[in-house]
Ligand binder design. Structure first.
Ligand code: FE2
Length: 324
């Protein structure tokens, strides 16, 4: 039987639900993958409930040595999987297996700002698994932030802005290339994003999803999302700032996009710049950086916790698997 203990990380945060992130350390050095899967299978529902209560659960020291191991480890949680291909994610990713794909392939010098996965679209995963195959030589932490804590602070410090977000919702605007652009964190082509091969099919898909679009001369497509909620009740008195406001407002920049043009309220009115800047600075203040070790897996409740990526040097391999 695997020996697993709760572990305290330096700088770990404390909330009423407990440590953030909750960490399990596997102390059995000669354990195999099947032992790890058996440990998960003892009570996968408890780990998922912990991810909800704590925001994130880090599994360290478990014998997970490859993308295939990660795929099997995720399968032990017995959660319905969320297909990247069917999603409207902006990111360019590479699939390793049906369930496992690369985390955002954006270049090392790009920061990926805090966000709830795919909250800029009507289709988002409930839970995220990230697996560190190889940490970067320098940097490359995954930052995580409790969204309910951020919402409480924002509501207290900028109530007019917070309430405008809550009441009006948010629309996201960005320009997608015709051909995938791997140099951008948001370089997924419109063909891939909408799973189509022609403009006519893309237009039909946008209509179904409530998007509006404009074709540009260079083959790019500028889309505006339907008004999406900015805030999500979590139950038990908790509320999440469930959106992509920080990432869009501070980071949606590439050769086609400018952050200041990428987000507006659901009624078309502009965001209050000071309010959006405060949200970003609160996110930074409340972040915890997961300094990856090889074999680490983190389970994030996508409704409770935002995530982002720090810049890095060298090579970094972090894989992802999302569940519905
Ligand atoms: Fe993400």
């Amino acid at each position: 039987m695997l020996r697993v203990v709760r572990h305290e990380l330096p700088g770990q945060q404390e909330y009423p639900g407990g440590a953030f992130p909750l960490t399990y350390l596997c102390e059995s050095k000669d354990a195999g993958l099947s032992d790890a899967m058996a440990w998960v299978r003892q009570n996968p529902g408890a780990r998922v409930a912990e991810a909800n209560a704590h925001g994130a659960v880090l599994f360290r020291g478990f014998p997970i040595r490859s993308a295939e191991d990660f795929d099997l480890a995720v399968s032990a949680f017995d959660l319905p999987y969320f297909a990247y291909d069917d999603s409207l994610s902006n990111a360019v990713r590479v699939n390793y297996s049906e369930r496992v794909f690369s985390a955002n392939e954006a270049p090392p010098e790009a920061t990926i700002n805090l966000h709830h996965e795919m909250a800029q679209t009507p289709l988002y995963p409930s839970r995220l698994f990230f697996y560190c195959q190889k940490p970067a030589e320098v940097g490359g932490a995954t930052s995580i932030c409790r969204s309910d804590a951020l919402w409480e602070r924002l509501l207290a410090e900028a109530p007019t802005f917070a309430t405008a977000c809550q009441e009006k919702g948010l629309r996201y605007r960005h320009t997608m290339p015709e051909i995938e652009d791997p140099d951008s964190g948001m370089g997924r082509s419109w063909k891939s994003t909408f799973s189509v091969s022609s403009r006519a099919e893309a237009s039909q898909r946008m209509l179904e999803l409530g998007y509006t679009g404009e074709w540009l001369d260079d083959g790019c497509l500028r889309v505006t999302s339907p008004a999406l909620p900015a805030v999500r009740p979590l139950g038990a008195g908790r509320t999440a700032f469930f959106n992509q406001l920080i990432a869009a407002f501070t980071g949606w920049r590439d050769s086609r996009n400018r952050p200041e043009a990428s987000i507006l309220h659901g009624d078309g009115s502009p965001l209050d710049v000071a309010g959006a800047e405060l949200a970003a600075s609160l996110g930074e203040q409340l972040s915890f950086d997961i300094a990856w070790e090889p074999g680490d897996i983190v389970l994030i409740d996508n409704f409770v916790t935002m995530h982002g990526r720090r810049t890095f040097e060298g090579t970094r391999s972090v894989l992802a698997s999302f569940t519905a």
